[in-house]
Design a protein around this ligand. Structure first.
Ligand SMILES: CC(C)(COP(=O)(O)OP(=O)(O)OC[C@H]1O[C@@H](n2cnc3c(N)ncnc32)[C@H](O)[C@@H]1OP(=O)(O)O)[C@@H](O)C(=O)NCCC(=O)NCCS
Length: 437
């Protein structure tokens, strides 16, 4: 089999709203998703709906009305003959979906596909769905909290990826850690200070607000009309009450007025502990929020793009997936990025732009140190601390952002990367062949 070039043609998304309390709370994700897909096709009139071979959905928990792969494709008006599937690599759900489509195109199975991502999160990470009664058959299995020696011990190739050992107290801590706890574990492993994490977060919020003000998000974020949700005094959405229609054209967690003083006042997230007795550091200010939103990108063989006369954004040139301890899931991108660079034969210095999902400031700072990419090349238009991270929808956002930014800045190589719950990282590498070498 011969591999063909694969390109990212375009990408569009809804604004991301605050999980459980934002303007998307009353919205149907299947309808919003269909709107996003229709907008993607309307912006690319050279591509006919019958040209789409495969429609993939990336999700974590998704949203019940939109998680069945065919639902959104049908509402978007795609022909019944378009194939559809879903993939769940938790936080990298839509990055995985895009990879699957790109791989099928590279191997010549078909020429064109859409990667769609969707998530509706609640006010807490897992608070999106209705409570469900469990039985002895499907309740949480306490064995998930036990480890065999191989699962507990530091891996033999650890120092191939990391410059510091994993503290024993982290290795001995329970594997099913919450995401915020895994962030504290990363802080402990790297002995970060709260100031450096808050400073990173403040810079991220400032870059984002500046980019929004400069109109940099106009191509990526599609303004939408939604019903203003009505909440009770405890913040619960009241489904039987209807608010007026309002326009949402901006991510809801952008905070351009973020200051170090404001961040320093934020409390530590409840329930987080340091197994090594170190300073607690994880706050709402240096973490991504919980969010809802949908994303879609159009992926094609370069051959087809050239035939149709389409000016694409970037080529996909490689991937990396890497596993780490569950308790340190935030440093998954160290492994996946080093593997992706090896796979593509690129040196970190050759990477001009990175779109790094800022799940937590600590895991981005740690990864950049380990991989050797300066912050000046990373999330130049802001990141998920302010944009938000609607789990399954994020991968597509990272892809469209880095592909667009490579083209805008006329830079050649870029990558996107993200950590993944339960201890993984995923990285995709891109090339803008029109940029100077
Ligand atoms: C960290 C977390 C627990 C915080 O939850 P929360 O307290 O409900 O957080 P919010 O985002 O609503 O922020 C709470 C308050 O902090 C303050 N705040 C947040 N960011 C701030 C900033 N940059 N400057 C000043 N204040 C800020 C605000 O007062 C905010 O309230 P408001 O939104 O009503 O203005 C939650 O966002 C979370 O779980 N994030 C991680 C999600 C995750 O794990 N995703 C997967 C990663 S792999």
């Amino acid at each position: 089999m011969k591999a063909r070039n694969v390109v990212i043609v375009d990408g569009v998304r809804t604004p991301f709203s605050k999980g459980g309390k934002g303007k998307l709370e009353a919205a149907r994700m299947d309808e919003l998703g269909a709107q996003v897909v229709r907008a993607l096709l309307a912006r690319n009139p050279k591509v006919k709906p019958t040209d789409i071979h495969d429609f993939g959905i990336g999700l974590g928990s998704g949203a019940p009305e939109a998680s069945t792969p065919n639902y959104v494709a049908h509402l978007a008006g795609l022909p019944a003959e378009v194939c559809n599937f879903s993939s769940n690599r938790a936080c990298a759900g839509s990055q995985e979906t895009a990879a699957r489509i790109a791989m099928a195109i590279a191997l010549g199975e078909y020429d064109c596909g859409i990667s769609f991502g969707v998530e509706r999160m609640g006010r807490t990470l897992m608070g999106g769905g209705a409570p469900r009664a469990t039985t002895r058959r499907d309740s949480f299995n306490p064995k998930q909290l036990k480890m065999n020696p191989e699962q507990r011990n530091m891996p033999a190739d650890h120092f191939q990826y990391f410059s510091v050992p994993i503290p024993d107290y982290v290795l001995d801590s329970p594997p099913g850690a919450s995401m915020v706890q895994t962030a504290q574990n990363v802080c402990d492993m790297y002995s970060f200070t709260r100031t450096e994490l808050d400073a990173f977060s403040m810079r991220s919020q400032h870059k984002l607000a500046k980019a929004y003000d400069a109109g940099m998000y106009k191509e990526e974020v599609m303004p939408i009309e939604v019903e203003d949700p009505v909440f009770d005094d405890d913040g619960n959405w009241l489904p039987n009450e209807k608010g007026p229609m309002v326009t949402l054209d901006r991510d809801e967690s952008v905070r351009g007025n973020t200051t170090m003083e404001g961040l320093a006042k934020l409390p530590i997230v409840k329930g987080v502990q340091s197994w090594g007795g170190k300073e607690l550091m994880v706050t709402a200010g240096n973490s991504c929020p919980t969010n809802s939103g949908t994303t879609a990108i159009l992926i094609m063989s370069e051959e087809m793009a050239l035939k149709l006369g389409i000016e694409y954004l970037a080529r996909v040139i490689g991937w990396g997936n890497g596993g780490v301890k569950q308790q340190l899931m935030g440093i998954g991108p160290v492994v996946s990025t080093k593997q992706a660079l090896k796979f593509t034969g690129l040196h970190p210095d050759q990477i001009d732009r990175v779109e790094f999902n800022e799940a937590f400031a600590c895991q981005v700072v740690a990864t950049l140190k380990e991989v050797g990419i300066p912050e000046s090349k990373v999330n130049v238009n802001g990141g998920s601390i302010g944009i938000g991270h609607p789990i399954g929808a994020t991968g597509n956002r990272l892809i469209m952002a880095v592909a667009r930014e490579l083209r805008r800045s006329n830079k050649r190589y870029g990558l996107c990367t993200q950590c993944i719950g339960f201890g993984q990282g995923m990285t995709t590498v891109f090339e803008n062949p029109n940029a100077p070498k």
